[in-house]
Design a protein around this ligand. Structure first.
Ligand SMILES: Nc1ncnc2c1ncn2[C@@H]1O[C@H](COP(=O)(O)OP(=O)(O)OP(=O)(O)O)[C@@H](O)[C@H]1O
Ligand SMILES: O=C(O)C[C@@H](O)[C@H](O)C(=O)CO
Length: 334
């Protein structure tokens, strides 16, 4: 078992809040974007990817966000609904804002990058008036994403959603999802990340993301254990630190820690690993698995997604994930 307590009698398992954007993944791989000509369009945005991954695993999933009032916005909502995601909380922007675009470049399996076009994006127009307490009250859990804290009014909308979640015993996951291009000032970034993290039950981030949060506090000798311990003095029950191809480590408030290895896979691209890991990790925790078992599920989902071209489209179904766990070669953490 794991230490999280999810309220029963809720009509949703997980609500994701944050950006809904479009991934344009280069079709010509193993070359720089300057030399590519065609792209495939997918729904993107870390929270969107996590929601899609969650729904594919059979979780009753909802979304709180804002999309552009155009073909891209409609494409996104249609896609979410095809995956049985409740879009009651997805609003249509009326200010002329656009959909964020993520152009991905796959120079090699180890050298991938994302070029983000995020000026005047609809997702950051999410407003506190768009946050429905009754909607959040319907869910067992909610996941927030750090990039939604980058600008007002989205920032205030997320903090209001956090207030409602805490009020109604909704377990809050925080996927740090630090995207530097969305921020203008390191101190501002760290302040808002830390303020949001204080209210969350589970923190999921890379070493680099936690370093960003701790730099403001002049923490010079940090390590994973220090990072986790710091958050247990607030509301955290679990802190997960991801280490790419070396796996991940999770700390529990009672002092226990768990290391997860990875599943050997033919890596096509690395992005999408974090979102797929989060969706399956949360699925495991919400379905009675131990932290170790949930981490393994996260690792398996990540290995599936990084072997495929997309992020959202590549998210495995529950059947695919369970079969992969049985068949794939697992490399325990060193
Ligand atoms: N090369 C790899 N081979 C196998 N599994 C991997 C590899 N890279 C990442 N993973 C799995 O994915 C998890 C998350 O990856 P990572 O630590 O890169 O997170 P992230 O930086 O948030 O990912 P993203 O690139 O999507 O932003 C890892 O803990 C591991 O389980
Ligand atoms: O999160 C983003 O804005 C980019 C994503 O759409 C992309 O799929 C990715 O980087 C996944 O981690």
């Amino acid at each position: 078992m794991n230490p999280l307590v999810f309220s029963n009698g809720r009509s949703l398992d997980l609500i994701a809040i944050g950006r809904l954007c479009i991934d344009l993944n280069a079709n010509e791989i193993n070359r720089p974007m300057e030399e590519t000509n065609t792209f495939t369009k997918y729904v993107g945005g870390s929270p969107a990817n996590i929601a899609i991954g969650s729904a594919r695993l059979g979780q009753k999933t909802g979304f709180i966000g804002k999309v552009s009032d155009d073909q891209m916005g409609r494409f996104i909502v249609d896609y979410l609904e095809k995956d049985a995601i409740d879009t009651t909380g997805v609003k249509i922007d009326k200010t002329g804002a656009v959909t964020g675009l993520a152009f991905t470049e796959i120079k090699s399996p180890e050298d991938c990058s994302i070029l983000m076009y995020r000026d005047n994006v609809a997702d950051l127009k999410l407003h506190p008036s768009d946050i429905d307490e009754e909607y959040i009250k319907r869910s067992k859990a909610m996941i927030i994403s750090g990039t939604a804290l980058a600008q007002s009014p989205s920032r205030e909308a997320v903090f209001l959603a956090l207030e409602y979640a805490v009020k109604h015993n909704v377990v809050v996951f925080f996927d740090l999802d630090y995207r530097p291009y969305s921020w203008v000032d390191d101190a501002e970034t760290a302040v808002y990340y830390n303020l949001a993290a204080e209210k969350c039950n589970v923190l999921i981030g890379t070493r680099e993301e936690f370093d960003m949060m701790e730099k403001l506090l002049n923490v010079h000798e940090s390590d994973d254990h220090y990072t986790a311990s710091r958050w247990f003095s607030y509301n955290a029950d679990i802190v997960v630190i991801k280490h790419g191809g070396e796996g991940s480590i999770a700390y529990q408030k009672d002092g226990k820690s768990y290391r997860s290895g990875v599943f050997r896979t033919n890596v096509l691209k690395t992005f999408g690993a974090g979102d797929s890991y989060a969706s399956a990790f949360i699925y495991g925790l919400m379905n009675g698995k131990s932290i170790s078992e949930a981490m393994k599920m996260g690792s398996a989902s990540a290995s599936i997604v990084i072997s495929r071209h997309s992020c959202s489209e590549a998210m495995p179904t529950e059947t695919e994930l369970l079969e992969y766990l049985e068949m794939a070669i697992y490399e325990p953490a060193q």
